[in-house]
Design a protein around this ligand. Structure first.
Ligand SMILES: Nc1ncnc2c1ncn2[C@@H]1O[C@H](COP(=O)(O)OP(=O)(O)OP(=O)(O)O)[C@@H](O)[C@H]1O
Ligand SMILES: [Mg+2]
Length: 361
């Protein structure tokens, strides 16, 4: 009577596990290290994606078909689970006839028998599709990062070109015009004409200032001529000084030598961070530091303004901080923002020393 019910239970387990979209197994590792399959469900198709003769193989289709590169990690995870009595959780590849590679995820719970043998009850899932999607989205992410880097650098090239043309060409023309108007004014005896010529000269002067400001906004000349520290100092003076916000700038003890692209990216991160201080912080003072250490270059921008909740940053529908993070990533660096509402904000950017050409004092 009991035998019949056990038999029924066995049939029921087989029937249920055959319909589960995973391979259910029970595996024993004997004290001599050999493996013995105690149970393998019939859902091989769920793992292999196609019918596969279970009877031909020692205990699971997966073990005999392990991808050579994943063989070691499979058994290492199994050993660790047996030794530490922890869940056996493994992801890897199997080769399914005629040669298809499938990704599987094995999850099993161990228990130790009185004689020291280990038994695992577990499941194996076919995760090939989700792995493929993961690979595709990783590939798409990489492409997007590449594209964003390309767009940034094309934009910088364009800005540099336009800034130079405005500064040199337009600035040159306006300067000549201003000199010519001065020359004319000296020879002008009619007071009405003289007044009009002087007004034109004044307008030309204003146009010249505007052209210089637009060129500097597009690309600070100090970045090309004097380097990152000078450009940071100059920009702080322009943006904060003119608005009456007190600021201090601590330059590095030694000159920072960076290639043009890296210096520009760091400057743009600094620029956006300072723009945010002016636009959002309502700060009365800002401390800016540029430090060169053996592990790299760090820039910090610390304001005493109204701060923000850093937890909210990912939900901001804006591109400033996002762009800063993107640029930092492209530099191989790290950007962090620490802030407490009512107690100011500090932005740190750290870039690796490999970007800096000089590390000697
Ligand atoms: N120094 C700061 N002090 C206080 N709040 C700040 C500071 N910097 C950023 N924030 C907050 O973080 C938000 C996101 O900043 P982010 O630079 O990403 O966007 P934005 O400045 O609003 O717009 P934009 O896309 O033009 O830069 C800001 O709207 C502001 O609320
Ligand atoms: Mg901003």
């Amino acid at each position: 009577m009991q035998d019949i019910s056990l038999h029924d239970d066995g049939l029921r387990i087989e029937a249920i596990t055959a319909n589960v979209p995973a391979l259910v197994f029970q595996l024993q590792q004997c004290t001599d290290g050999s493996l013995k399959s105690l149970f393998t469900s019939k859902a091989v198709t769920a793992v292999c994606g196609e019918p596969c003769p279970v009877s031909d193989i020692p205990w699971l289709p997966c073990v005999s078909n392990l991808h050579p590169d994943d063989h070691e990690s499979f058994f290492a995870a199994m050993r660790l689970s047996a030794q530490k009595h922890t869940h056996w959780n493994w992801e890897g590849r199997v080769i399914v006839p005629p040669g298809d590679v499938k990704w599987i995820n094995l999850r099993a719970v161990p228990r130790t028998l009185a004689d020291g043998a280990t038994i695992w009850d577990g499941i194996i899932l076919n995760i090939t599709l989700s792995k493929q999607r993961e690979d595709e989205s990783q590939h798409a992410r990489e492409l997007l990062e590449k594209l964003s880097g390309h767009v940034q650098s094309a934009r910088e090239d364009e800005r540099t070109k336009i800034a130079r043309e405005i500064h040199d060409e337009l600035g040159g023309i306006l300067s000549t015009l201003k000199m010519d108007l001065g020359w004319l004014a000296k020879r002008m005896h009619d007071p009405v004409l003289l007044e009009r010529t002087q007004a034109m000269s004044q307008l030309t002067m204003e146009a010249l200032h505007t052209a210089r400001r637009v060129a500097a906004d597009l690309r600070p000349a100090a970045l090309d001529n004097l380097g990152l520290a000078a450009a940071i100092e100059e920009h702080s003076a322009t943006l904060l000084g003119q608005r009456g916000i007190a600021y201090s700038f601590t330059p590095p003890l030694q000159e920072v030598v960076l290639d043009d692209q890296h210096a520009t990216a760091i400057f743009r991160i600094f620029q956006e961070s300072l723009t945010n201080v002016v636009r959002h912080a309502a700060a009365s003072s800002v401390e800016i530091g540029l430090m060169l250490a053996p592990d790299g270059l760090t820039i910090s921008i610390s304001d005493n303004g109204n701060g923000m909740d850093p937890e909210r940053i990912p939900s901001f529908q804006s591109y400033g901080i996002l762009g800063m993070q993107e640029r930092a990533k492209q530099l191989g660096g790290e950007l962090s923002i620490s802030s407490t509402p009512g107690h100011g904000t500090t932005v740190y950017l750290h870039v690796p020393s490999s970007l800096v050409d000089n590390t000697t004092p």
